[in-house]
Design a protein around this ligand. Sequence first.
Ligand code: SF4
Ligand code: MG
Length: 331
Amino acid sequence: SNPILEVKGLRKSFQISNGMFRKQKFLNAVNGISFSVSEGKTFSIVGESGCGKSTTGRLISRLITPTEGEVWINGEEISRKKESELANVRKEVQMVFQDPYASLNPRMKVRDIIAEPLEIHTKLTKKEQNSLISEMMEIVGLSDYQAGLYAHEFSGGQRQRIGIARALIMKPKLIVADEPVSALDVSVQSQILNLLKELQKELKLTYLFISHDLSVVEHISDSIGVMYLGEIVESGSREMIFSEPQHPYTKALLSSVPIPDPKLKRDRIILKGDLPSPVNPPTGCKFHTRCPEAMDICKTVEPSLVYNKKMERMVSCHLQQETTDSNYIQI
Ligand code: SF4
Ligand code: MG
């Protein structure tokens, strides 16, 4: 089916002043990434905090403007549009944020929180608004009367349901969910993930799901992109990434995902050192300072992201160079 989201060579650099001569430096938060997500599918971006995931989500939602590259939403290129031209985007793309405590105003009634996008983007009457709000409350598993309560009267999981209701009320096509369950207890996490999955089926939603945790995205993803220092280093179907990770960074991330069957126990790969500063990224392969499989060439020559036909995925690693027939993946 049609891609709802297409990202081509997306880049965002922030200018920062640095040092005693206030020399201008650039931080490439997102450094030329490409992917595409079909209607009703979930693409997950996974990586450590600081790798550019949230910036990617904000670029796609046009909360910030890309430095370079293209973002297509449902066939419309939005990366250069002015705010006044973004009305469609503001309806079709909605975000769900990490911390339902921080993203909801505790002094507002839930009804008004959920109605806020309607107030901004529509001319619906109060009555029309209320019937939509009831519909949304039900769809996320809350009761109608709870719309009259304040956000602080709800648990974390319920607040995330409110956040989801608010995101859905504009009937969006694409939901950008940035760490939507990271602030929740594990038992509540799976409830919210299941809810997101059900809603996706029912409403044909397309998800861009952002998480630092591969285990969180395991059951919700159709495909996965692993990000490191602003770049996608491996991407492919969820099955392939989980069963046969190719990039050493993906292998390390996956090694910390618990598996139910103890016989299948993976050896935990502990990466040495911290994520390098994106202001001064390592030369060659940006992962070489931490890569357990690094070779001499990795220090000087940057591997390019190429399609590995046999392994059915894109990988950027000198151990993986095979066929190149696509610059970005179609999912
Ligand atoms: Fe590791 Fe080298 Fe591959 Fe980079 S290119 S991931 S340093 S083996
Ligand atoms: Mg983040």
